[in-house]
Write a protein that binds this ligand. Sequence first.
Ligand code: SAM
Length: 259
Amino acid sequence: MARKRFGQNFLTDQGVIDHIVRAIDPKPGQAMVEIGPGLMALTQPLVERLGHLTVIELDRDLAQKLKTRPHLQVIEADVLKVDFTKLSAQNHAPETLLRIVGNLPYNISTPILFHLLQHVGCVLDQHFMLQKEVVDRMVASPATSDYGRLSVMLQWRYRMERVLAVPPESFEPAPRVDSAVVRMVPLAEPPKLHFEVLHDLVQVAFSQRRKLLRHSLGGWLEMRAHSPHFDLQRRAEEVPVSEYIELAQALTHGLGGEI
Ligand code: SAM
């Protein structure tokens, strides 16, 4: 019986499962972590190819079953409380980067993405099944209705691409929404900035996305006694990621902060 509170929609379409596994392209010995393995739809083909897999499952009954399977390290926990940097250091040599995958519980997918952002330094890549609308927002370009806080906060740090669209019938029980698989690869040379500065700036900018930025960000920038060369006669959704990055960097320097 699927538990709604754990966002349980189990993948049953073998064609979709094969497509996702091919997109992930697991190689023997790679350090992989699966979030929410559930009934092992992805887990089984992944562990067959990898030889060993770490899984994080919150549902106690599912975790008990997983613990009886060979070649799996089962972490029975809430993924939002897992320290991936520590996990990587415990399991692997310091230079090893983790590959993270999962058909995520949709009710907490954005918190999971932000949680993983804190551990991006130990990640090689991420492949996630998410609600289609969330993937649309992740990969959106400026001046589109999907472009928002999630787009900026992820695009400044990852290269992202949509891999596959997945209809509700591919799951049991079928979710009420369409789904999609996204690939996220951390940028090799990320811009140097203070995460909190970018985070606060983007939050304020998009707090009133229909209004010109001078009404939202204007006051916020004045409080920081900073007058950057930044056009406030635009809406938040018109500003490209690169300009948010530049502004965050200018603000960090303006505060006398180090980056
Ligand atoms: N991977 C399986 C599949 O594709 O059929 C199950 C995917 S289901 C959408 C989400 C899974 O995440 C469930 O197994 C659920 O129990 C687990 N889960 C839900 N919340 C979680 C959390 N906070 N931490 C870890 N796992 C969680």
